[in-house]
Write a protein of this length. Structure first.
Length: 197
C-alpha cells in the first residue's frame, strides 16, 4: 500500500474518528480506539492532533465544511432563494433516512461539551450561527420583511426535528419539519411573482 502524505493521513484519521464519534458519541470513544481503527501509530495520531479536544474540534470543523460544500453544490441549481431554503429542509429530511442516523453532529457536540468555552462547543455554535445567517440572507432575497426572526424560527424547526428523529428513531419529525417550514415560508414570504403575501 502506498504511503499516505501528512494531509492524507490527517483526513484518514478524521474520517475514522468522525465515524466513531457520530456512531458512539465522543465521550465513548478513546484515542486508543481511533488509533486502532485508523491503523496508525500513536505518534502519527498525536503528531496530527495533540489532544482529543483538538481531534474533536477538527472533526467538527471538517464535517461542517463538508456540510456547507454539499449544500452549496446542491443549491447551485435552485432557481431562487425560496427553493434554496426548501432544499436545506429536503436534504435534512433525506439525511434522516440514512442508516445509523443519530441526529445533527453539531448539536450532539453541544450536548457532550456543554461548556461554552470548549473549542468544540464554540465551533458548533459558530456553525449554527452561520446556518441562521445563511437562512436570513435567503429570506431577505425572497422578500421577507423580518428575515432574522424567520431564520431563527426555521432553525428551531430544523434542529428540533433532527433531535426528535434521532431520539425516536423515526423520520416522522422530518415530515413535520418540512410541513412547518413550508407553512412559515407561506406566511412570511410574498407569493411568487406577486411581491405581496
Amino acid at each position: 500500500m502506498a504511503r499516505r502524505s501528512a494531509e492524507e493521513t490527517r483526513r484518514h484519521i478524521l474520517k475514522v474518528a468522525g465515524d466513531l464519534f457520530y456512531a458512539r458519541g465522543v465521550r465513548a470513544v478513546g484515542m486508543d480506539l481511533v488509533i486502532s481503527r485508523a491503523e496508525v501509530a500513536n505518534a502519527t495520531l498525536y503528531r496530527q492532533f495533540a489532544t482529543k479536544d483538538d481531534l474533536v474540534t477538527a472533526y467538527l470543523v471538517s464535517r461542517n465544511d463538508d456540510w456547507w460544500r454539499h449544500l452549496r453544490e446542491s443549491a447551485a441549481a435552485a432557481p431562487d432563494a425560496r427553493a434554496r431554503i426548501r432544499l436545506l429542509f429536503d436534504l435534512t429530511r433525506q439525511d434522516m433516512t440514512r442508516p445509523g442516523y443519530r441526529g445533527c453532529a453539531t448539536l450532539n457536540i453541544t450536548s457532550e461539551f456543554p461548556d461554552a468555552e470548549h473549542p468544540a462547543h464554540a465551533a458548533a455554535v459558530a456553525h449554527k450561527t452561520e446556518v441562521q445567517e445563511w437562512l436570513s440572507e435567503q429570506l431577505r432575497e425572497a422578500g421577507d420583511t423580518d428575515p432574522e426572526d424567520t431564520a431563527g424560527k426555521l432553525l428551531v424547526i430544523l434542529d428540533g426535528a433532527q433531535v426528535l428523529a434521532a431520539a425516536m428513531g423515526t423520520t416522522t419529525p422530518g415530515d413535520h419539519m418540512t410541513e412547518l417550514a413550508e407553512q412559515l415560508l407561506e406566511a412570511r414570504l410574498p407569493a411568487p411573482g406577486t411581491g405581496s403575501r
